[in-house]
Structure formats: C-alpha cells, structure tokens
Write a new protein. Structure first.
Length: 108
C-alpha cells in the first residue's frame, strides 16, 4: 500500500469511529431526556426505564431532534405536566453534555 492509501484508510476509520460515537451520544442523551421526563411525570423506576427506551426509539422516526421533542412534549402535556418546547430543548442540550461526559468517562 502507498502512503496515500494508508492515510485514506486512517481517515475512513476515524470517520467511522466519530459516527459511532455520535450515535452513542445521541442515544444516551435521549435516554437521559426520557429519564428526566419520566421523573417529571412521576413514573415508577420500571415505568421510567421503559419510557426512556421509548424516547430513544422515537428518535428513529425522522432525522433530527423534532420527533423526540414532539414525543416528550406530548407525553408531558398528556400527563398534566406544565412544560413547553423551550424547556425540553434546554433539557436536551444539558443531557447532551451529560451523555458526552458519561461516555468519555466510560472510555477511560
């Protein structure tokens, strides 16, 4: 192999690892958001775990975060919890930071 081929392969591997890490961060973030929302709704530990998984699955409906925000907002509203989209977006940002931190700590 030439040096160019080696570099190309290294960049491809780096890209693949970055994409995998991004997927893990988003899934962890959504799980944390689901746990946050479950707490607001007063769900039991078992119900909260199931709900967090539902939030992770909701992210596969469409690209971006809108499907997750729509699900959580709808569920909170149905449960009688006073919440708006801005609060959920703020929580989503905080949970993204927390998810990255957790994953980085897990790699150490």
């Amino acid at each position: 192999m030439t040096t160019f081929d080696d570099r190309e392969k290294a960049f491809e591997n780096l890209y693949a690892r970055d994409q995998e890490m991004q997927f893990k961060v988003i899934a962890r973030r959504n799980r944390l958001l689901g746990a946050w929302a479950a707490n607001l709704m007063g769900l039991t530990d078992v119900e909260a775990e199931s709900y967090a998984k539902d939030v992770v699955r909701a992210d596969f409906e469409e690209a971006g975060d809108e499907d997750v925000i729509r699900k959580v907002l709808g569920d909170l509203t149905s449960a009688g919890v006073e919440c708006d989209e801005a609060r959920i977006r703020e929580a989503l940002e905080h949970k993204a930071v927390e998810a990255k931190r957790q994953l980085m700590e897990g790699m150490s």
